[in-house]
Design a protein around this ligand. Structure first.
Ligand code: SAH
Length: 380
């Protein structure tokens, strides 16, 4: 049997064209869109205000999603969850939900594996496998959105079908907020800017005001420093958050830690960030993992302050998360605090990120997407 496409992979324009080609009235587009991104159904048969013939026609070619959960884990403090999602071709990616300070942030993967081989990151260890589709990215968000609103993955049979005038969520989710996910960060497996189109389309889908309605200011794309990607995102002219995995203040050190620096050295990277700030008026975040004895000396802080001085930016410091098979250790607490203090004294906005979910290997740089390490915990 030929594989059916996932409806989540269609942009709104593509879905509109399809429905037009099938001779459907215009309003069907919004009906289906709302089922997908407001009700967040996982089966075409749940779209109960569609004529049976249209549901059959859709079902002949499409499924809602081609992704299914294999394993779900919760951190000991209960605030971080990680899910391993199986894709249609049997590959898998990991997605993390962080629930802190009134924010519910989904950290999505953009590729299966990663080609960039940053020295301290688990994802690169297995190499790059393939890009995710837009739908596979969106589905990671919907997975946690469904759980967060207290819904289930299957059809809630008691639900009333929405009409043209009644929003599905008004009837279907009485106790939970209409939009249970407040932020999305592209900080999971892979390099988003090496999968630009799918990432961009997934943001457009999530942002659509008639659907999931997540503001682009609540979206952050993190890059290891793919300069053309930063430039391209800047040209979109949208205030999407940009984070850059810096980790070193000199080319010599960064070439070793983040090897893509050889292709896009610091001068180019910082210039691209500056242009991004000018276009979007958004503060750029620089991620800096503090690694014991590698990039955490006072001289590194000074060099970093010189590099970033005067920029509308923010440095996010995080003691490196240990990764099995890699030799790097986190800087001791006093060096971390001293590093932060030194940056601040030099006028750089810096904060310490508390590492979340390291006990379930859900911390930065710990996602591998392999089903190897733990027990099954997929339960509602
Ligand atoms: N490829 C993109 C998206 C991944 S984001 C990027 O590099 O930005 C994941 C973040 O975790 C990046 O900032 C990455 O550099 C960081 N990271 C990787 N391994 C880490 C580790 N062991 N400890 C802490 N942070 C790590």
């Amino acid at each position: 049997m030929a594989q059916k496409r996932a409806l989540l992979d269609l942009s709104k324009e593509e879905l509109a064209e399809l429905l037009a080609a099938w001779g459907q009235p215009r309003y069907r587009l919004n009906q289906i869109w709302r089922w997908l991104y407001v009700s967040m159904v996982s089966e075409i048969d749940q779209m109960r205000n569609l004529p049976a013939a249209l549901r059959t026609q859709l079902g002949g070619q499409f499924v809602v999603t081609s992704v299914s959960p294999l394993r779900r884990q919760r951190s000991a403090d209960g605030h971080t969850e990680k899910v391993l999602l199986e894709l249609a071709d049997g590959q898998a990616v990991e997605t993390v939900l962080m629930d802190y300070d009134g924010r519910r942030t989904v950290c999505v993967s953009s590729q299966v594996g990663c080609a960039l081989h940053c020295a301290f990151c688990a994802t690169g260890l297995g190499g790059w496998n393939r890009n995710l589709s837009a739908g596979e990215i969106v589905e990671q968000v919907l997975y946690f959105a469904r759980l967060s609103r207290g819904g289930s993955r299957t059809a809630p049979t008691e639900r009333t079908a929405p009409t043209e005038r009644t929003a599905p969520t008004e009837r279907t989710a009485p106790a939970a907020p209409a939009q249970p996910i407040t932020h999305v960060v592209y900080m999971g497996m892979g390099e988003p800017f090496l999968n630009y189109e799918a990432v961009r389309q997934s943001i457009a889908i999530l942002n659509d005001p008639e659907g999931f309605a997540l503001g682009v200011r609540r979206v952050t794309v993190s890059t290891a420093g793919i300069v053309p990607g930063i430039e391209r995102l800047g040209r979109e002219g949208l205030p999407i958050g940009l984070a850059v995995s810096l980790h070193a203040p000199t080319d010599e050190l960064r070439n070793r830690l983040v090897p893509v620096n050889r292709k896009y050295p610091l001068a180019q990277l910082i210039a691209a960030c500056q242009a991004y700030i000018e276009r979007t008026h958004r503060r750029v975040t620089f991620e800096y993992a503090l690694i014991d004895g590698v990039n955490d000396a006072p001289a590194h802080a000074d060099a970093l302050a010189r590099l970033l001085g005067g920029m509308l930016c923010h440095v996010n410091l995080i003691p490196v998360n240990p990764v099995a098979d890699l030799p790097y250790l986190p800087s001791p607490q006093e060096r971390v605090v001293a590093f932060e203090g030194r940056l601040r004294e030099r006028g750089i906005n810096a904060t310490l990120r508390v590492s979340r979910g390291a006990d379930i290997q859900a911390g930065c740089g710990q996602l591998r997407g392999s089903p190897r390490e733990c027990e099954t915990l997929v339960s509602a």
